[in-house]
Design a protein around this ligand. Structure first.
Ligand code: UD1
Length: 395
């Protein structure tokens, strides 16, 4: 029996292919939703669109300070595990739920597998960085999505037998949903043409909780809107901060800036895939734009996903938001990065993940289903040393 945990919006895209692959192989698994995100727009709409089953267990923890939220997940998940023992807990990403479930399981002696292990921004002011470091220190199996993850874990002294490069499972969801996203009606509703606008998402505390940085980001969007319509999907945290600073009203009066509520997966994917450029502070969107070949400008001092800047289409602007004008100018002049394919970002990561899970934690439950790996971890590692050709068409 596996327990697969998700808690917040970016987790749902990662667990969907894993749950599907486990079901396909007839493996026993329970889907545990911690309830860190609870609004329909931040949670249930993703379960519906991605065809994720209703949670077998819902911990209902809700919002709170980091301490409160983490403690509630830890307490509730420990109580759940005591009732329902399992062979392995699978956690994904770097949200508070990821770390809390890892701690609860490890202390009960239940093995933990971490999907998207090894990412490091080296910035301990990010709550997600603390979650990553703690989760990887304690988890038993570290499933890595990007090449830098292997180097980071090796440098931290993690023995190689605890680590496997499996590629990027969020790209599995993108590949599966792209055809449906292409027929989403959001562009028509907004009366926007392909490649005629900038798509924006901002939500990190470092961007939106500091008044100066938030004002700098708003000024950037206002200037950019003089050249290109701006479509801004506003996260609940960001909306709260914009309203508190009287900036939401100011942005909403600008006819060239469209403020949207948090978008469902397919609408957001369509907006991203058809944008002239994307401005973001999200981790996942840096990866998705790299896969899509869409130029991405990341309004952060650093990234834990450096392959998106070396092989993908991402540029990280650094401390000063105004530095974004360099890459934005290049994109507007048609000189954007086109990027190359990244090994293991191929739509098949869930197969590799479940192969590793079964091999290590449930070897008796393969039930005659062949290991589905179409490219093994070893082959992927070879590919990392010889990246592919540049894309001929950024679209
Ligand atoms: C969390 C994750 C972050 C992830 C992001 C994606 C942590 C530390 N952070 O940040 O890594 O990139 O989710 O969205 O786990 N809220 C709602 N409705 C909801 C959920 C939250 O209104 O469904 C509000 C909360 O009340 C709070 C704010 O949004 O005021 C922030 O929510 P929180 O879960 O604390 O962190 P995020 O900023 O969403």
């Amino acid at each position: 029996m596996f327990h697969v945990v998700a808690g917040a919006r970016p987790n749902f895209m990662k667990v969907a292919p894993i749950l599907r692959e486990m079901d396909r192989r007839g493996l026993e698994c329970r889907f545990v939703h911690t309830g860190q995100h609870y609004d329909d727009a931040m949670s249930d709409t993703f379960l519906r669109e991605l065809g994720i089953r209703a949670p077998d267990v819902h911990l209902g923890v809700g919002s709170g300070s980091h301490g409160v939220q983490t403690a509630r997940v830890l307490t509730a998940f420990e109580a759940h595990l005591l009732q329902a023992p399992c062979a392995c807990v699978v956690v994904v990403g770097d949200v508070n739920s990821t770390m809390a479930c890892t701690l609860a399981a490890s202390k009960l002696g239940v093995p933990v597998a971490h999907v998207e292990a090894g990412l490091r921004s080296f910035d301990r002011t990010m709550p997600e960085e603390i979650n990553r470091v703690v989760t990887d220190a304690v988890a038993d199996l570290l499933l890595v999505s990007e090449p830098a993850g292997l180097e980071n874990l090796a440098r931290e002294g993690v023995p190689p037998e605890r680590v496997a490069y499996v590629g990027n499972v969020m790209i599995d969801t993108l590949v599966a949903e792209l055809p449906a996203a292409r027929s989403a009606t959001i562009l028509a509703e907004l009366e926007l043409a392909e490649r005629s606008y900038a798509y924006v998402t901002l939500h990190r505390p470092a961007t939106v909780d500091s008044k100066d940085r938030l004002e700098a980001a708003v000024a950037l969007l206002e200037c950019l809107s003089l050249q290109l319509p701006v479509v801004f999907a506003v996260h609940p945290r960001t909306r709260g901060r914009l309203e508190a600073g009287q900036l939401y009203e100011r942005l909403s009066r600008n006819a060239a800036i469209r403020l949207l509520t948090p978008q469902p997966y397919r609408a957001s994917l369509r907006l991203m895939a058809s944008a002239r450029m994307v401005l973001t502070d999200s981790g996942g969107i840096q990866e998705e734009t790299s896969y899509l070949g869409v130029p991405c400008v990341t309004l952060r001092p650093n990234t834990e996903r450096p392959v998106t800047t070396t092989v993908g289409t991402n540029v990280v602007v650094g401390e000063d938001v105004a530095n974004a004008w360099g890459p934005i100018g290049e994109i507007l002049a048609g000189r954007q990065r086109t990027g190359r394919p990244i090994p293991g970002w191929d739509g098949c990561a869930a197969g590799r993940i479940v192969d590793e899970l079964v091999r290590r934690f449930a070897p008796g439950s393969i039930r005659g289903v062949p290991l589905s790996v179409d490219s093994s971890s070893a082959a992927l590692l070879q590919a990392l040393d010889s990246p592919g050709q540049a894309r001929s068409d950024a679209s």
